[in-house]
Design a protein around this ligand. Sequence first.
Ligand SMILES: *Cc1c(COP(=O)(O)O)cnc(C)c1O
Length: 372
Amino acid sequence: MNVPFVDLKAQYASIKAELDNAVSEVISNTAFVSGRYAERFEHEFAEYIGAEHCVAVANGTDAIEIALAALGVGAGDEVIVPANTFFATAEAVSNVGATPVFVDVEPDDHNIHPPKIYERLTSRTKAIIAVHLYGLPADMDEIVAITQQHNLKLLEDCAQAHGATYKGRKVGTFGDAATFSFYPSKNLGAFGDAGAIVTKDSETATRARLIANHGEASKNRHTVVGRNSRMDGIQAAVLSVKLAHLEDWIERRRHHAARYNSLLGDRFAVPLEPDYSRHTYHLYVVHVPYRDEVATKLSAAGIATGVHYPKAVPFTEAYAHLGYKPEDLPKAHDLQDHILSLPMYAELTDEMIDYVAQTLRDAVAAAKPASG
Ligand SMILES: *Cc1c(COP(=O)(O)O)cnc(C)c1O
């Protein structure tokens, strides 16, 4: 049996007519950049998240960079970032001229470990980026408390967590601003790159919109040096169609995760989900001994897996100059050799999940020395 890691063709097939119509409508109306489809999606997405404002931009990395700039983060500032996240979280910090300061993660939930944040605060700390990694909300009560005590800006990187909730509230509503990616394989994915910033603060929204559109406050009046980062009309129209299906897709991911849990939970550390959180399972990550050997065996059996991420960001070549050592971030360093992401997407079947789980159990049993 072949089990891909994600199957975007299966998703397209399930709503093909809706998507094809939406795309051809944009073409007929030639509303290619920003314009009415982007505006409609901004309203729909703000309402879905429960945010006052949404600014549609070109991708999730730009969203972080623009949000940081809109919050006044820049040269000389330090920004707290979890060690285990997609590279873009830190990259955006560097690209506004600030320095990412990496904090270790809690291995049970893979997210930033709030007590460790205190150890890394300095007089230059300006903001914290909370990443809701894999679709599980970070510990927002603790993080919000730290930002309030120390007068820091809070940005949520929700690229993997559209629709996730923490104590009854959607992620993206806790910080001064929050960012989303609609990269095709994200839980809500466009047909190319796209991203968004949401915020409850109208000034932050106005600044972000200004920066994303050449600093143009009104026709031909450029008030700041901004950039070009706008959402395409085709991407917005695709996202409007898909947003209507997102809750159904999240529920199916949650069903699949429950099935994986029941088949693997006795043997592996499976994803944690506190009862006050709703995990959206962008990624289903287990801890596996002999990870690389096991992943190779799964691949030979037709099962595609991933590692998110093989190197924690501070241990990448790009950040080697910051000089982090494994003992500075021991949990993130240990995780990078044991995490394995299993196939996860709405269209998976129970049969596929059973096959993945059994093959994983067999592969680990075969890799394990006979010591018991
Ligand atoms: C995907 C992702 C991003 C970047 O989004 P792009 O749209 O690919 O630029 C940022 N942060 C996290 C955690 C992500 O998973």
